[in-house]
Design a protein around this ligand. Structure first.
Ligand code: FAD
Length: 389
């Protein structure tokens, strides 16, 4: 593993990669995100040999960070570790020191600045009401006009009322999904948390933090003693080395594994634009959501606020939701009826390949938070040891 100036890399050289490929492994782990890393760590600690590969240049999946002018930049979007699962918290704390961080988000629409998630600060900013009774009354007056629920718009108005929907939900959601809320199914929003108290913590989980030194420190420690090759896809590797491992853990898209033979699953993608600014502070907050129709991006992330870095410059990232097509990074599975049924059909194909374990957010076609990805991998590794050791 080497470190380049201004940017950390955990990649190995070509010569080291050739030596790694001469061996035979118990497990080939495809994808070095938190699912793949946890599985590899667990099996290695139980005496199995694992090789991890990733098609991206750097390990870590979506939690990979870059160092820009002394500021840790979350390359694939803001990542805040939060969980109520003590086992998972203790597990990740074995590999990194977590700095305390309580995530808060503000939302902008026109000249208005609002607190998220919806709480008494938001209701005061929206209507000037300062008691839970008044806020509840406002919402109930507006939500009762929703009528029959045919789509996401009706559903959201029935949950939060017209004003909150119009100013804070409607355009943000439309930008996120690339569709009008009238054309989105009501099922996307089952519930919208409303807090009738002055509590503006974005996550209320018991454990929350950001690794000291960024997620790369966590990734590097999880990988300790485990060979990894980056910039190589499963499809390239397996053509040349079909017998490299007895079993495979696949955390890439399940439909891609089967060459899309049943059709393509759909995702939403994101585009990130990052800038180093010659000023100490840009927005005074780590994440600001843009909830109006005119602004094309959904949020701006200012990375130094995650760990309170004192630097003369600052780094910001604009996040633009985008349509996905093969070749682009797939971020959010679209779990509607069509895709859920297609995923079930892929699971039937997967049952005919018992040597392959599909996992992680792309293999399981499921939005996982980081703690859920770690928990799922710990469970899969434990099941694997019982059934196949
Ligand atoms: P990934 O991290 O996506 O890793 C999969 C890896 O597999 C990738 O590196 C990919 O390159 C590799 N791969 C895929 N196909 C192949 C192939 N064919 N060959 C070789 N390699 C392959 N969670 C939180 O808990 N808190 C947050 O604040 C948070 N913020 C998020 C913000 C954004 C914008 C997004 C998209 C997600 C966020 N998440 C957050 C979720 C978090 O990113 C996931 O929980 C985590 O990434 C899951 O890890 P994974 O291993 O399943 O997948």
């Amino acid at each position: 593993m080497s470190k380049e100036k201004g940017r950390e890399t955990l990649s190995v050289s070509k010569a080291a990669a050739s030596a790694i490929l001469c061996n035979h492994y118990d497990y080939l782990i495809v994808g070095s995100g938190l699912y793949g890393l946890t599985f590899a760590r667990e099996m290695t600690d139980h005496g199995k040999t694992c090789l991890v590969i990733d098609k991206r240049p750097d390990p870590g999946g979506n939690v990979f960070c870059e160092m820009v002018d002394g500021i840790t930049v979350h390359r694939y979007g803001a990542h805040i570790f939060h969980t109520n699962n003590k086992t998972v918290w203790d597990y990740v704390c074995r590999f990194a020191k977590f700095l305390p961080y309580t995530h808060k988000v503000i939302a902008k629409n026109g000249n208005g600045i609002y607190s998220l998630p919806f709480n008494m600060y938001t209701f005061y900013q929206m209507w000037g009401v300062d008691s839970p009774e008044e806020a509840k009354k406002k919402i109930s007056e507006q939500s009762s006009c929703a009528g029959l629920i045919k789509n996401l718009e009706d559903q959201a108005i029935s949950l939060v009322g017209y004003d909150v929907y119009e100013k804070l939900v409607k355009y943000y959601t439309q930008k996120q999904w690339g569709k009008s809320c009238k054309d989105l199914p009501a099922s996307i929003i089952k519930r919208i948390p409303l807090r009738f108290e002055y509590d503006d913590r974005y996550f209320t989980d018991r454990y929350q933090g950001i690794p000291d030194g960024g997620y790369n420190a966590l990734v590097e420690n999880m990988l300790s003693g485990i060979p990894i090759i980056t910039r190589i896809s499963y499809q390239q590797l397996i053509k040349k080395y079909p017998n490299i491992a007895k079993r495979i853990v696949y955390t890439g898209p399940i439909d891609e594994f089967f060459h899309y033979e049943l059709g393509k699953l759909e995702y939403r993608s994101l585009r990130f634009e990052t800038f180093l600014l010659n000023q100490p502070d840009f927005q005074g907050y780590s994440v600001v959501n843009y909830c109006d129709a005119e602004t094309p991006f959904t949020r701006i992330i200012e990375h130094k606020h995650f760990t309170d870095v004192k630097a003369k410059k600052t780094v910001i990232t604009y996040e633009y939701p985008e349509a996905w097509k093969p070749g682009k990074d797939a971020y959010y599975p679209i779990n509607d009826n069509h895709n859920s049924s297609l995923y079930q059909q892929y699971l039937e194909l997967a049952a005919k390949r018992p040597e392959v374990i599909f996992g992680g957010r792309l293999g399981a076609y499921k939005y996982y938070n980081m703690d859920e990805a770690v928990a799922a991998a710990i469970e899969a590794a434990s099941k694997e040891r019982k059934e196949n050791s």
